[in-house]
Design a protein around this ligand. Structure first.
Ligand SMILES: Cc1cc2nc3c(=O)[nH]c(=O)nc-3n(C[C@H](O)[C@H](O)[C@H](O)COP(=O)(O)O)c2cc1C
Length: 159
């Protein structure tokens, strides 16, 4: 029997960092606050990135087959807050945020610790999020610093 309260309590203990996942759909760029990101292989270097099926970013990743993770620094909660709002409601989230396009054409946040770009090499579509498996194909460090962790924000995503 699944004790839902126990499941939620324990799943919320899994530590997560916060990233801006930059995506592109044709000429258009978008991004969303991501937390369900994990390493999945040394060689080739893989991560899993779980993306909500009804988000604009999901459609973009499916269409382009690429995404870029910008690593946020502790204290950049406002940036994370901006990017968890849906594009469908707020429009262009990059309007007042400095960014550049990476090798994949996905947007990378200038004021971040660094970035890794990925090409999608697999996916699992079973629940309300798709598990995209991404292979790292480009990366760069902007500066040293401590990563923005979900626990420090007081927010929850999951459970
Ligand atoms: C703390 C936090 C963590 C989040 N983590 C994820 C995540 O890992 N995957 C995901 O698909 N959405 C995540 N979201 C939700 C997206 O940021 C949100 O659905 C966003 O509006 C999607 O943007 P889009 O519709 O413009 O693509 C998170 C939201 C918050 C507040």
């Amino acid at each position: 029997m699944l004790d839902k309260q126990a499941k939620t309590k324990l799943l919320r203990k899994i530590p997560h960092a916060l990233y801006i996942c930059g995506v592109k759909n044709g000429e258009e760029v978008n991004g969303f606050t991501a937390s369900w990101v994990n390493q999945a292989s040394f060689e080739p270097p893989l991560v899993t990135n779980c993306v909500k099926k009804d988000s604009s970013s999901h459609a973009a990743i499916q269409a382009s087959g690429v995404f870029a993770l910008s690593f946020l620094e502790l204290g950049q909660k406002e940036l994370a807050q901006k990017f968890f709002q849906p594009q469908r409601r707020v429009g262009n989230k990059f309007e007042d945020v400095e960014f550049y396009l990476g090798e994949t054409g996905c947007p990378i946040i200038k004021d971040s610790l660094g970035y890794i770009e990925f090409k999608v090499v697999g996916s699992v579509e079973h629940g309300d999020h798709t598990v995209f498996v991404g292979e790292a194909i480009a990366a760069g460090v902007h500066r040293d610093g401590e990563i923005l962790d979900l626990a420090s924000t007081g927010w929850t995503y999951g459970g």
